[in-house]
Write a protein that binds this ligand. Structure first.
Ligand SMILES: [Zn+2]
Length: 332
């Protein structure tokens, strides 16, 4: 195999981000190699963004950036159905909220370009672990309008206007652009989103940053981009379907991404048999292995694998004791 040969499933080096709300679970639960610090917040698993560029970790393309691959081998990587792009369309992350994150809201594409020189940001989360009585804040309570929201911000009463629930492992939450949200302390999750880092911070719970002063808020932008029709947001209600080798659950279909969850007790196939689109896999539980050209590609809890469109569908099966849980992500 050489660097110009056919693409194989690709693994990338995680990009670790330290932020004041982070913790240690990216290491203790997801097996990332951390330094000694106590504030590891995010692992960017697949990113083609100016704030973090994924690099192939192993194999003949080791050292190549995701962006280089999109520009030089776009059709093989992304697929005809996704089309040529200037940027990989999805950003995949793990987040460890050791403390609550700021309350925030993201713009749509038009607002993102105008206000943040970035794409819009519609995102979705799948909870991996949640400590008892941890919270997720998602959407405004019923009846909260622009004026009520602005008044709550002004008087430091943000918690009174946010909808909140206690998440449990496996919950999937859909956060379209414009949905006010905060991930609470104790939640570990996988996030799939548009390739964007455009965030407007609404409220930071009175906290100060590492330099002792409050982190910047973006109230004008936040009040503009908030969707006041969205209302309270609870986990998606989807049902698993029986398939050969386990179950498959269509979690989310939106214009930006399609997410399916596989719970595997035996062998099945994963990826697009028509070679029309890539499939990114995220290990959410247990151990699975993808086979391609006689080579094994592990997808264990905390691991991410990108199956290029040119690779097509591959066998996947559990490789440890018990079932394996894998999230698949692609562009519809
Ligand atoms: Zn967000």
């Amino acid at each position: 195999m050489d660097a110009d040969g056919p693409l194989t499933p690709l693994r990338f080096q995680p990009i670790l981000k330290r932020l004041i709300w982070g913790g240690r679970r990216l290491g203790s639960k997801l097996h990332k190699e951390l330094g000694p610090e106590a504030d590891y917040a995010e692992s960017w698993e697949l990113s083609d963004h100016r704030h973090g560029q994924s690099v192939v970790a192993e194999g003949p393309l080791a050292g190549a950036s995701l962006h280089d691959l999109v520009m030089t081998r776009g059709t093989e990587l992304l697929g005809e159905a996704v089309g040529p792009r200037e940027q990989f369309p999805l950003l995949l992350k793990f987040l460890d909220a050791n403390q609550v994150l700021s309350v925030q809201v993201h713009p749509d594409d038009e607002q993102g370009r105008r206000l943040a020189d970035d794409n819009g940001k519609t995102e979705a989360w799948v909870v991996i672990d949640a400590e008892p009585s941890s919270l997720i804040y998602a959407g405004l309570r019923a009846g909260v309008d622009r004026l009520g929201f602005a008044e709550a911000l002004e008087h430091g009463r943000i918690a009174e206007v946010l909808h909140a629930f206690e998440p449990k492992a496996g919950d999937c939450i859909f956060i379209p652009a414009g949905t006010v949200h905060a991930i609470g302390a104790g939640v570990l999750l996988a996030e799939v989103q548009q390739m964007s880092d455009a965030t407007f911070r609404v409220d930071d719970w009175g906290r100060v940053g590492p330099d002792g002063s409050p982190r910047a808020l973006h109230l004008t932008e936040a009040i503009e981009v908030t969707d006041y029709e969205r209302g309270p947001v609870d986990p998606v209600r989807s049902r698993p379907d029986q398939i050969d080798g386990g179950t498959r659950e269509h979690l989310i279909r939106c214009p930006y991404f399609a997410l399916d969850r596989y719970v595997l007790t035996g062998s099945t196939r994963i990826g697009d048999p028509q070679h029309g689109r890539f499939t990114a896999l995220i290990g959410l539980g247990g151990k699975a292995v993808v086979w391609h050209d006689g080579q094994p590609y592990p997808v264990e809890l905390g691991q991410t694998l990108l199956v290029p469109a040119s690779v097509g569908a591959c066998p996947i099966e559990p490789s440890g004791e018990g079932e394996a849980i894998v999230l698949t992500c692609t562009v519809p």
